[in-house]
Design a protein around this ligand. Sequence first.
Ligand SMILES: NC(=O)c1ccc[n+]([C@@H]2O[C@H](COP(=O)([O-])OP(=O)(O)OC[C@H]3O[C@@H](n4cnc5c(N)ncnc54)[C@H](OP(=O)(O)O)[C@@H]3O)[C@@H](O)[C@H]2O)c1
Length: 307
Amino acid sequence: MVGRQTSGVAMVQGVIGNQDVIGNGDVIDEGVIDEGVVSNDGSRARPGPLTGRTALVTGATSGIGRAVVLRLAAAGAQVVATGRDAAALTELDAAARAAGSVPGQVTGHPADLTDPGHLERLVTAVRTRTGRLDLLVHSAGAFHRAELAGAPLADLDRSYQVNLRAPYALTQALLADLEAAGRDAGRDAVGDVPRRDAVGDVVFVNSSQGLTAGAGTSQYAATKHGLRAVADSLRAELSGSAIRICTIYPGRTATPMQERVAALEGQPYDPTHLMRPEDVADLVVAVVSLPGRTEVPEVVMRPTIRR
Ligand SMILES: NC(=O)c1ccc[n+]([C@@H]2O[C@H](COP(=O)([O-])OP(=O)(O)OC[C@H]3O[C@@H](n4cnc5c(N)ncnc54)[C@H](OP(=O)(O)O)[C@@H]3O)[C@@H](O)[C@H]2O)c1
């Protein structure tokens, strides 16, 4: 990670593959995967219902995670967005600004969540960038399809790393920050319950496969079942604290992952009747915007018309 000063704006570069992408779109040849804050000019977030709250969103380079970043930013939150694709993070920053976010409100930090060093530096970047953390949204996910008889064990290991170990480790590393956000904001004068802005929120984007496993999904479904257990156990551990845990179980949603799923199933990809990533993102914003006295532990979402 390398910091630099450009026209009075602090820029920190990130490197993915052979290209080093910085916030202004410059590309520099490099040969390694590295990570860093893509853009940061220190501007304050625009006003909205989530103004003053800060978020980390994984899986932000695509699909549901990307939509969550844009919706949170539109609601006024300051967001650190992460994924491996640095160019997509730069594009996301531009998309947020085009939608009305102020410069620096969405900050990209490229990271491979299967790399412990990247996880560590992501946590440091969140603290450096925002100074506090109110919302943690886990949307990064990996999907492999194969019947158990012939499934490569390496795919099982990768599914575990991305879908289960990474959200577990990241939540563990940032739990104290989420708790501090709750403590700092205090409680309502009436009722002695946490104010809406006095809670930390962790949202796990799970899957319908985290509730019921279908044929050919043992690896993905097993990790998603495990993620449900992590969320349930954590919620029980934190009862009485000002941290809310929400698991969302989406059904088929029109994203690049669903396009891959259709190809693996040997089906044509037709998003007509699928949910949109923005539908899941709207739910995330609704859940974290509720008064602090109210927790939404689980939500199942699915397309109205199923084939
Ligand atoms: N789409 C659906 O129908 C559906 C249904 C139910 C549940 N879900 C769940 O929803 C979540 C989002 O899925 P999606 O449909 O939006 O998928 P997607 O479009 O394929 O996006 C997946 C995201 O995960 C990130 N990711 C994957 N491996 C990573 C790694 N090693 N390190 C860091 N980031 C990594 C990707 O970023 P990079 O490639 O830049 O690293 C990307 O941003 C997933 O957890 C998925 O299981 C999706």
